[in-house]
Design a binder for this molecule. Sequence first.
Ligand SMILES: [Zn+2]
Length: 181
Amino acid sequence: MKKGLIIVDYQNDFVKPDGALSVPNADTVYEYILKMADSTPKELIVATIDAHNEKEWELLNTPESAKYPPHCVKGTQGCKLYGELEQKVEAGNIFEKNAYAPDKTAFYNLEDCDEIFMVGVVTEICVYQTAIALYTAMANINKYPKITVDLNGCYHLNETAAKQQMQYLKDYLGITVIERA
Ligand SMILES: [Zn+2]
């Protein structure tokens, strides 16, 4: 059984209480994520990081820049993985993205996994969209690993929305969702 792990956007700007787009309580799942990382072979840990160009807020009116304040600007501390996670993930397995989900190539290192666990923030936006992107990337190369979102390692902004999106993943993509203990 080969088990992989995807850590979604667990970055300073989202996780630190004084981060640019802080998600309340996101830091409470840090120890759980570390434990998952420690029990996964390093080469099978992938992290996505939101990485924006500051021009998005100054010059380009993107859908995201219209909705959120500047966050995760490339090259800043806020863009970096939180805490010790940077040491837990190989540099080549950290994928920058300029959207809610990464490009499909972010998932190919996990293509031989039997099961892929997902944790990170926020449940109803980037974890949700990355789960869909993962399913799609795998299905299009005829791979169907078991995908499990573990809510013990996730945090949401809107609990009702998070529940709806997780239900969608279960109903349409056969994704397993582990409820918070
Ligand atoms: Zn963003």
